[in-house]
Design a protein around this ligand. Structure first.
Ligand code: SF4
Length: 257
């Protein structure tokens, strides 16, 4: 299980931040790696320079050194299942369902033993549960037959699993194996393009901009910091620029001050 870490102060200019909990936003099973109408305002700032980006992530780090996720899991397998189930669902809703599920099925073989109907009984409160149940069962079969019951830890192998897209794979690589994989969701896309931290015309371009421009010592947590900043501060309709701890560095021309 992942503990929720509360934010803390980050110097005089830093306002209180919301709880630093990782909202996992993943692509729906089978969906293309795409975020529709991500920034609303269509803003795309120029790429910020190295020193400005370093300062931005230094402030994020000062505010919260170890951002954590909210999606409960006990091992790589349950994390993968939880992330797959969280597509178009809230973390709280997934946790409610998996609380009992993972007590009886925390390995692919136990999931197969539980069976699709048994799984549905646990997850029927989650959106798209029938399709998700089919994918979870197919995934369990492949993991048992082809991977000895273990979750593979390459992006390609993860992406080959039913219900697992590039974004889901990146989340699992980042959270379980601490690999600096960057899952770009609508919040990161919006923040990256407004601020100039990682501008790009699509999510693949933003992912590349993150990898290319964010200093390596910040790569591990960059995903969490940007998602949380986009979700709670650099929100879509009325960004909270007056309370933003990087407002003096952000390139967005229409700040809400
Ligand atoms: S100053 Fe405003 S637009 Fe820029 S990152 Fe902060 S909240 Fe977003």
């Amino acid at each position: 299980m992942i503990a929720v870490v509360q934010s803390g102060p980050a110097g005089d200019m830093a306002p209180p931040l919301p709880p630093f909990a990782l909202p996992l936003v993943v692509n729906a099973p089978g969906a293309p790696y795409h975020v529709a109408n991500p920034s609303r305002d269509g803003a795309m700032a120029k790429q910020l320079d190295y020193h400005t980006i370093r300062e931005i992530f230094t402030r994020f780090q000062t505010a919260e050194a170890e951002p954590k996720g909210e999606l409960n899991h006990v091992n790589a397998y349950t994390l993968t299942v939880a992330v797959a189930l969280s597509a178009q669902a809230t973390d709280a809703g997934v946790n409610k369902a998996t609380d009992k599920l993972f007590k009886v099925a925390d390995t692919p073989q136990k999931m197969l033993d539980l069976g699709e109907e048994g799984l549905i009984e646990h997850i029927k409160t989650i959106g798209l549960y029938r399709n998700k149940a089919k994918n979870v069962m197919k995934m369990a079969r492949i993991l048992v037959d082809d991977y000895g019951g273990e979750v593979p830890n390459s992006r390609a192998a993860l992406e080959s699993l039913p219900g697992v897209g590039r974004k889901t794979a990146n989340v699992v690589l980042n959270m379980w194996w601490h690999y600096p994989a960057q899952a770009v969701d609508t919040h990161i896309f919006r923040f990256g393009n407004r601020s100039g931290v990682c501008p790009g015309k699509d999510v693949v371009a933003v992912e590349r901009a993150i990898e290319d421009n964010i200093p390596v010592d910040f790569q591990q947590h960059a995903h969490h910091w940007m998602i949380l900043h986009g979700r709670y501060t650099c929100v879509a309709r009325k960004p909270k620029c007056a309370a933003c701890l990087i407002r003096d560095l952000c390139q967005f021309e229409e700040k809400n001050l």
